[in-house]
Design a protein around this ligand. Structure first.
Ligand code: ZN
Length: 293
């Protein structure tokens, strides 16, 4: 069973598929970390299952899918960008006949990372994908896709869950009552918080927030504690979070200056190397402590 905020969309798709009206190119759009990938996986599982009661979890297709190597399901892995080669791979995949005799599916995460050349190369596949072929695109930034791509897909916008829904999801997945501030930190993205939890990062994140609050309150300790700060996961996100928390009631001018200073550090960060990184971080923390005093 999917989560409460994703299940209705899956049921709608399934209904359309049973009436043979499911669009061959779905673009699933919505904020990062709300479960778009889980939704696509659930649809793929149902479409590939060979039983009338899909997904049965018992048939050969289900076994192949659950083992992660169904021959009629191509899951693209995306790093910095999606190039022409990946799009050719999709076209070739769709030209072959289905090995299990059912549908053929391609899942493309982060579709906004398609280069212009790749987008143009995909147009032909989008127009004539072939019988029983479905292209399942996902994006956090639909506005970055070319209009020619957008006009050939059917866009489904998935909204972020409500806070109670997100909390319930995390409780069920982790068997723990995680602090609600993790959801605020993730901008309301429960799957992102779930990933942090699975990777064992939650204690580090919570310690990091406590450390940052402490440093801003007691700037004299900044130099001693800056090394500890450097080893934290999600450091820019954590600093931004604590900064906004401290500035909530500050004057607008002061808020602007502090955020400007933080943004400057973010920009410089990639260019500064070695020991200078610690010095720049300590300098940032001293300045932020001044702004938020
Ligand atoms: Zn099955």
């Amino acid at each position: 069973m999917l989560t409460s905020w994703l299940q209705p969309t899956l049921e709608q798709w399934w209904h359309l598929h049973q009436q043979q009206r499911l669009h061959h190119a779905l673009l699933v759009a919505g904020p990062a970390g709300i479960g778009k990938a889980a939704l696509i996986q659930a649809l793929a599982h149902r479409l590939l299952c060979q039983s009338a009661n899909a997904p049965c979890g018992q048939c050969k297709s289900c076994h192949l899918f659950l083992a992660g190597h169904h021959p009629d399901f191509l899951q693209l892995t995306v790093e910095n960008s999606i190039g022409v080669d990946a799009v050719r791979e999709i076209a070739v995949f769709f030209q072959q006949s289905a090995q299990q005799g059912g549908v053929k599916l391609v899942s493309v995460p982060q579709a906004h990372k398609m280069t212009e050349a790749a987008s143009n190369a995909l147009l032909k596949t989008l127009e004539e994908p072939g019988n029983g072929c479905f292209l399942l695109l996902q994006t956090d930034h639909p506005q970055r896709l070319l209009p020619t791509i957008l006009s050939r897909c059917q866009q489904w916008s998935i909204a972020a869950p409500s806070l109670p829904e997100a909390k319930q999801f995390l409780r069920l997945q982790t068997n723990e009552n995680l602090p609600a501030e993790l959801l605020t930190l993730s901008a309301g993205a429960p799957y992102l918080v779930y990933d942090w939890w699975r990777q064992g990062q939650v204690p580090l994140i919570l310690d990091g927030l406590a450390l940052l609050r402490d440093m801003l309150q007691h700037p004299a300790q900044i130099t001693n504690k800056v090394t500890k700060l450097e080893s934290l996961p999600l450091l820019p996100e954590l600093i931004r979070f604590v900064l906004f928390e401290r500035l909530a009631h500050a004057q607008q001018g002061l808020q602007f200056e502090a955020i400007e200073r933080f943004d400057q550090w973010c920009r410089d960060c990639a260019l500064i190397l070695g020991q200078n990184k610690s010095i720049a971080l300590a300098a940032l923390m001293y300045d932020l402590a001044k702004f938020t005093r």
